[in-house]
Ligand binder design. Structure first.
Ligand code: UDP
Length: 469
């Protein structure tokens, strides 16, 4: 009798329970499954429920016999829209609730490899002694990762915590960013007033990366090569797999045509019909992602700026974008005319399809990493208004390094919104379109057969398969 064939490698995947994190780790999962790996994906009850109601990714994944969701109960399910809430979740509630479950799965489920969200540093403790190698996947850019990684050094050099309030002061102790990084470009928790202990604890999370078996990043070499070479020196066996942009990679391998359907909110697709009525590159798409919240005053400033810019605009106003927004009276009366003439508002958009649309000429974005990559792949110039976390370094790179748009962080004034939108869509339109086009080409090449991200994904899959040998 032939011996029983060895079972396929079994990978446990554990994202931080937040839309951007779940979304990109689902994409990673979809890239790994066709290689015959078995995957268990940990997900909160609320996200699992939303995925099965609103998306096609749930059924796509479930069609693989080697795939299963494992639902985690008892997680905090409120908003995570401040550094305080995020920090508490990372260092307190998540480790408490999930560590026993992780140990049980790692010991009893014949896991070959554990791919944990690198923001969940405690995953290393949960896996200790189980013999299962842990790879960290970071959902952020390499530049933001490197800024987080260097924070303990900035504490040692006295750059942090800040003395004084001048946010324009240069930070010269982050290698590779000496020429352009300012205090205001550091991850937002550096200025959030966290207690000293919490600040130290959160600062040390990224420093745990060298203890993992490898690091996987959703980026590509042509975009972040110089920063990657700094990170590489601190990674075990210099082992970084840059396999992004993930959504473009899925398309390039014909695994999924549109991955925006991974989103955890109900999409309003009527905006595509509205875009169809507009001239090429004439519309400003506005979205602040799934977490950011605005005050009512900020909303009104943006609104005036958009209407005064006289560009048609498609704006995602999530149900919870502004806490005190009353539905009856949503459009401020003085802006009704301009909004009716040029604006289209939705609660949630099919963002990837919107950015692909020929009518979209620029993206006013909070520079969450997924949104930034989606804009880069489609060659859409950006107006940046980062809200928190990694978005601060991302937007600095958009303007100062990649030259893909302008950064208006820390201002929210109708005149500035109008001016910067006009700058990107009129005055310097050609310049930004040209650099966006160039970067989009490089992004697409990286995930095409023979490109750097394409080869790195193949290498990652082979390395995981070797783990069973
Ligand atoms: N997104 C979407 N429709 C919207 C707004 C956002 O599908 O109306 C998707 C977007 O395509 C991206 C994700 O939500 O993939 C947002 O992730 P990002 O990292 O940009 O920001 P976060 O939500 O984590 O702040």
């Amino acid at each position: 009798m032939d011996p029983k064939p060895p079972s396929p490698p079994h990978v446990l995947i554990f994202p931080c329970p937040a839309q951007g994190h779940v979304n990109s780790m689902l994409k990673l999962t979809e890239l790994l499954l066709p290689a015959g790996l078995h995957i268990t994906f940990l997900i909160s009850a609320k996200d699992h429920d939303r995925l099965s109601r609103f998306t096609t990714v749930h059924s796509r994944l479930s069609s693989y016999p080697g795939f299963r969701f494992h639902v985690i109960h008892g997680l905090y399910e409120g908003p995570i829209d401040t550094d305080e809430k995020l920090s508490l979740m990372l260092i307190d509630s998540l480790p408490k609730v999930t560590t026993p479950l992780l140990r049980m799965l790692l010991l009893d489920s014949q896991v070959t490899c554990f791919i944990a969200d690198g923001i969940l540093g405690f995953s290393l403790d949960a896996a200790a002694g189980t013999g299962v190698p842990v790879m960290f996947f970071r959902t952020i850019s390499a530049c933001a990762f490197w800024a987080y990684f260097c924070i303990p050094d900035l504490i040692n050099s006295g750059d942090l915590p800040f003395q004084g309030t001048n946010l324009d002061e240069r930070i010269v102790n982050v290698k590779g960013m000496e020429g352009f990084l300012r205090r205001r470009d550091l991850p937002s928790f550096c200025r959030s007033g966290l207690s000293n202990t919490t600040f130290q604890e959160v600062s040390s999370i990224t420093r745990r990366t060298p203890d993992a078996h490898a690091l996987i990043l959703n980026t590509f070499e042509d975009l972040e090569g110089p920063i990657l070479s700094h990170i590489q020196k601190h990674c075990p066996n210099n082992n970084i797999y840059t396999i992004g942009p993930l959504h473009a990679h899925l398309k390039a391998r014909s695994i999924s045509k549109s991955t925006s359907s991974n989103s955890l909110f109900q999409e309003d697709r009527t905006c595509i019909g509205w875009l169809d009525q507009h001239a090429p590159k004439s519309v400003l798409y506005v979205s602040f992602g799934s977490i950011a919240t605005l005050t009512r005053d900020q909303l009104i400033e943006f609104w005036h700026g958009l209407v005064n810019s006289e560009k048609p605009f498609l704006w995602v106003i999530r149900e919870d974008l502004v806490s005190s927004l009353d539905d009856e009276n949503k459009v401020p009366s003085e802006l009704e005319k301009g909004t009716k003439e040029r604006g289209y508002l939705v609660g949630w958009a099919p963002q990837e399809d919107v950015l692909t649309h020929s009518a979209v000429g620029a993206f006013l974005t909070h520079n969450g990493w997924n949104s930034t990559l989606e804009s880069i792949v489609e060659g859409v110039p950006m107006v940046s208004w980062p809200f928190f976390a990694d978005q601060q370094p991302n937007s600095r790179f958009v303007e100062a390094v990649w030259k893909l748009g302008l950064d208006m962080k820390d201002t929210c004034d109708r005149r500035i919104v109008e001016k910067i939108v006009k700058e990107v869509m009129e005055v310097r339109k050609e310049e930004f379109e040209e650099s966006a086009r160039r970067m989009a080409k490089l992004a697409k090449e990286s995930v095409s057969s023979g490109g750097s991200s394409y080869r790195n994904l193949d290498r990652l899959i082979e390395d995981i398969k070797m783990m069973t040998a």
